[in-house]
Ligand binder design. Sequence first.
Ligand code: ATP
Length: 862
Amino acid sequence: MQTPTKARSSRLMATPIKGDLFSPKAVAQMGLNSPIKLISGSTPNSKDAGALGKDKVIVCVKARPVSSPECLEAYELDPEFPTLSLSDTHSRVMKRGRKSGRAGEYSYSFDALHLPPAQTTSLYEQNIAPLVMKCMGGFNSTIFAYGQTGSGKTHTMSGTREDIGVIPLAISSVFQAIEENSERHYLLRVSYLEIYNESIRDLLVSPKKVVPENERPNIHVEKGLVQVRPLVEEIVKSPEEILELLQRGTSNRKTGATDWNFSSSRSHCVFTLTVESREGTDVRRSKLTLIDLAGSEKAVSDMERLAEGKYINRSLLALGTVIEALSDATRKPGGHIPYRNSKLTHLLEQALGGNSNIAVICTLSLEERHQAETLETLKFASRCAQVQTKAVQGIVVASSEKAMLLAKEEEIAALRSQLDEMARQRPPSISDSDGLDARAELTLELQELAARRNRAITQLAQLNGQILSGRSNGSGNNIAHRMRRRVSDHIGTSSPSRFTTFVTPQRNSRRAVSGSMAMLLEDVGDADESAPSFTAEDIAHVARYHRRNHSNQVSDLAADLSVADLSRTGMQLEIDQLVHDKTEVERKYERERLARMELEEELEAERRAGAQKDQAMRAMTEEIAKLKQQVSLARTETARANDRVSRLNEMGLPRPPAEPEGDQSPTAGKQQVLRHAGSLKEPRLASMVQPAKSREAEEVDRLNKVIEGLKTVQDELLAKVEDWRQRVLDQNQKIQALTVGMMGDEATSPTPTPTAVTPAHRVLTPSRSIRSNLDQQLPTTPTPKEKTGTSKSMLKSPGSPGFWHYNHGQTGSPRPIPMHEGMKSNASARKGRRLTVENDLERLRDSSRVDEARHLFTREAR
Ligand SMILES: Nc1ncnc2c1ncn2[C@@H]1O[C@H](COP(=O)(O)OP(=O)(O)OP(=O)(O)O)[C@@H](O)[C@H]1O
């Protein structure tokens, strides 16, 4: 571990100078007039200026000076390796029970570790200059400083007089590279913006200028290209101009005093240098983006700072999330990256998305009170180190335009050589003797030159037409158009520069060229009209004038060709963007197709699962229906059984379904019957259906036996009835005999003869006696027939003695039947008597049957 000494620390704690950083004096002091040495082998033209294949994000860590060396005890710093590890005295390590067994968890490696008193220059030369050179070679390069507030981001990016920052060093490198590549033509443009509280501000526009809401700069994505519009892009020709713009922008930047930093940047600041260059047919365009991020911070006491801090932390969190997603090795290619969660990440979408070489400068405050934030910065740095990029060189090649350009260049070269030739052939002075001939010759030459000029003007117009027709597609965002306007606007007022080779002092803008042509034509016209009065000197003067002007035209044509090149660059970029868009769209379609397939598979699986569920539901429904049927059958059976049991109970014949052995008491039997009936109502009736059926069969057998018994009883009763009838007949005969005897005693009386007594009358007497006997035997409860009213009851009408009435049930009026009508036989009376007898017999049978059944069951029960 290398511990910086006290002397080192104290040297780095020199008060930086801000504010007058970009004053001409400061610029001179910063040594920009004597640019720093380029890193060997990193020339803008070298073919490997942008590494082919994948590039890693360069991560350098820079620690600012500390107040006391004790602060450094919490860290083990090794700039050679380069690594930074937390020591056992670091609060986080102590909290987690020291490092033993998991030292690797607290160790972080980077591309460079810069410790005090190392200056920014060494960091720049080692890690940043190669990226600036790549930018000069046509590759996009992005460099940003990340770290907690007060850790030295602005100090590193902008620098001080004593410690020059990354931005001035990069500008110096750019101009040095331009100087060293005299063959290439360059066009440089500068823009400078800040993202403050999630809104973009153009730092090159005065903050005093009131800009309506809809005209404020915002991010637009056009053909997949992220752009900020409207945004001032100043064409620059010298480092001084850039530094002047930087100073202007920095003074417009939002800063404020926080608890941690007296002059804290409250916004993310993005400085962009667009480099367009051409050498022959090789046209390149790239961007160098230098970003000074606002510092992540803890809660601060000031309310305004607190609100700003929220935006700052949110956007830094978004940046962290994007970096984390990009560094995720398991991420699918083309997977979603949440660039649009903040303006910062949206703006950096293309740079972070791979089309740029990236360097991250993580600044640290190793003070004890900043340990937590330092740890967060270290984690961010190590995540960045895992991100890979793949910058593409912004080379523009358009075959047809290239051919046209070459033809024009050849023509210009031919014209130039013609002029040179003419200059060589011209005599150094014209003598008076040759005056007339020379004048005539010069006049001819003049005319020829005028014709040539006209041709050149026409060519220029054609060229302009081609440029315009090729680019003016109605889009207000046309780079070439914008650029051309800017070039011409700028040239009128620009000062000479040795760097911008195609914008040289002796060249004029196209507008200026046209003006000079008009002037020249006027001159020529005048010359033609006054040709005879021309002196040799005049003609020589005019010739010199025209030669000079012709040379200017050639230069102007060259300038316009450069503009045309740049227009083509724009077109090529558009084409590249279209190709990129197409690939993106194809990728998107492919992703959508895969997603759709997945969805379809899911739907199919769901459909299958649904069908299975339906089937299972149907099976269950069927089973439930079957069970319901079984239950209803069981209920019916139970009801029947209960009914039968209750009937048996009513008959006083308890019939337990299964008598337990050892308990033969009648009450036990009855209880069992009740238990049986109750149990049948239970839910598990189905299981009892079978036993109930067998019991029912037994009961049916028993009832059949009872019926058999009843039949026997019936036969016996019929025999008895027959016997009774016989006895009645005997009685009747006896009565008749007695009557005959009595008749013999009373032969003269007018009483009816015994033969007049109807059989019905005779039968009725014993019937009455039988009935009275039976009434004593019959149960008191009415028979079912009596209940329904269909049985016949025989009543004697109290109001009509001598008449017996058959009362048919409860309805119908009594029908009188004559018993004696002069002792003569009557068919209906006989029928009535027979019915009476049959009725009596029926009742007798019923009662006998019941008696018999009761007897039988009682016997069985016992
Ligand atoms: N390496 C260094 N040497 C000397 N002074 C430094 C160094 N780094 C930072 N400082 C000083 O620390 C103070 C804070 O630095 P600076 O403004 O660069 O921090 P910052 O990270 O940009 O903070 P913020 O995010 O709040 O803008 C300044 O006064 C600066 O000069």
